[in-house]
Design a binder for this molecule. Structure first.
Ligand code: ADP
Ligand code: MG
Length: 239
């Protein structure tokens, strides 16, 4: 579960010029797929459309071979992690992790089971009663990841989840996120503007500039055979 197809997807906000232009792309089940590009290139817009948080102006979006253009976010069986973590300050770690499950009508016993497993996996078992303000940046990031993991959704979307962390923690979290994705067999769509993150984490990478796909491929292919000057300079190789 977790195949995504974008068929001729375009997006404009209001009547302004389009921010995404006829995007055609298939993301495979179990793949770690990275969307990379400079600020303003349309990465978040694309991710939010997959999540159902943004209308699709034209084209078709399929998840598991089903057109989902008009399916609301909560029925798409996916989880999302944002840059600012979006934790609720007045709720404990435990309540933050479990927040989404009540809406999904997961019963209390199942919630506790998932909480215990997830907290253990994410190294949060000792911190469940704390409030977000009593956590370090890295711990908060882990709570955000835990909230996504606990949903057991097969498809996970992340929008620059590490950009608020310092370099050392970022490097560590890259490895943790990859490990988690493999272990759970998730289909991951991961947005970043950081080339190193893209190159080290992605099974495949899509380079976006100004709403248009520049290239899609494995990191090694983008490095050795950049499709154009933009990709070459963005990825950091001369052409
Ligand atoms: P990225 O995530 O790559 O930085 P975004 O998807 O956030 O890019 O933005 C792409 C373009 O769409 C930018 O020009 C931005 O100003 C514009 N944009 C994003 N959100 C909105 C909005 N809600 N209304 C109008 N324009 C928007
Ligand atoms: Mg963005």
């Amino acid at each position: 579960m977790g195949q995504i197809d974008l068929i001729n997807i375009s997006k404009s906000y209001d009547k302004q010029k389009s921010v995404l232009n006829e995007i055609n792309l298939s993301i495979e089940e179990g793949e770690f797929f990275v969307l990379v590009g400079p600020s303003g290139s349309g990465k978040s817009t694309l991710l939010r459309m997959i999540a159902g948080l943004e209308d699709i102006t034209a084209g078709k979006l399929k998840i598991n071979d089903k057109v989902v253009n008009h399916i609301p976010p909560k029925n798409r069986n996916l989880s999302m992690v944002f840059q600012n973590y979006a934790l609720y300050p007045h709720l404990s770690v435990e309540q933050n992790i479990l927040f989404g499950l009540n809406a999904k009508k997961v019963n209390k016993k199942e919630q506790q089971k998932r909480l215990t497993e997830t907290a253990e996996m994410m190294g949060l078992s000792e911190l469940l009663k704390r409030k977000p303000r009593e956590l370090s940046g890295g711990q908060r990031q882990r709570v955000a990841l835990a909230r996504s993991v606990v949903s057991e959704a097969p498809l996970c979307l992340m929008d620059e989840p590490l950009s608020n962390l310092d370099a050392k923690l970022r490097a560590q979290m890259r490895i943790e996120i990859r490990r988690l994705q493999k272990r759970l067999g998730l289909t991951m769509v991961y947005v970043t503007h950081d080339q190193v993150e893209a190159m080290t984490m992605g099974d495949r990478i899509m380079v976006l500039n100004d709403g248009k796909i520049q290239q899609v491929g494995k990191p090694i292919t983008l490095y050795n055979e950049p499709a154009n000057l933009f990709v070459a300079s963005f990825i950091g190789t001369p052409k």
